[in-house]
Design a binder for this molecule. Sequence first.
Ligand code: SF4
Length: 301
Amino acid sequence: MKELPSQQIIDILDCAAKMEVKAIDWLGGDPLLRSDWFELMQYAMDNGLKNNLWTSGIPLENIEVAKKAVEVSEGGFISVHLDSLDEGIYGKLHTGDPGKKIRSILKGIGNVQALGKEPQNMINCITFTKLVAGDDVKKTTRYFFEKLGMRTCLTQMCKTGFAGEHTDWIPVIQDIKEACEVRDEVNYATSQLSMSTMDANKFYCGGVICVTIDDDLTPCSVIRKGFGNIYDTSFEQAVEDHKNELLLTDLRDPANLPGNCGVCEHNSVCWGCRATAFYENGDILAADPRCWRNPDNYPNC
Ligand code: SF4
């Protein structure tokens, strides 16, 4: 398995602390499969950074791993990844024994919650595909909130990576509308605002810089086009050289919001999914082509 070398990660953490970055999101694959994950996250904590952990949830089945994960994610969140509670659907999306994996993830959630991780500081991340569209994603979203106290993050499958072999898995706009409306109704019942197709609001989206396994910097973990590279430049310098693209600074001015976003009642929290705009329109700053609140995409909205 290809991994960023430990020393390179430490160098990034040093730069991040110096730049007054607030939190490090650890994604993979599964970051808990690294042999040095705990030491690296402890190092981040010791340097004043919070750790947000995006794991499949399976390693948390081990109580010792769960204890360490709770310890280093203090002040941050733990995200698990359970696309579906239905073994038949889950088995189409993931290799291995679906029943065993689902039970492992649920046991892992039970472990970290029993160890004191507050459910509101946990998320279930669903890669939103055609396979879970309809009743299944609604059931999973409700189960997580009502039974486990956890909100759901819906990451839209884009025309990249795994989706290249499964273009029929890419959901249509009606699927996305139904899933996101249930997410909003169940998870954000008291809010009048919606993030639409986004899996996080625009403040998270515009405040994240991703370092890929190839040393590229990208504005989003789904977008694989690099804006700067840290192979022979420091993280700090690469960010300085490309901060407008990486931090989407153009979109921070409401006058620059694309398409319908400029007049949308939700634009205080939303500017549409940048990965979808990039992969479908070739422009990271373009209007989200899958937002059902935009009459250009969905005339019945
Ligand atoms: S029109 Fe823009 S701001 Fe409004 S919901 Fe859609 S993507 Fe978000």
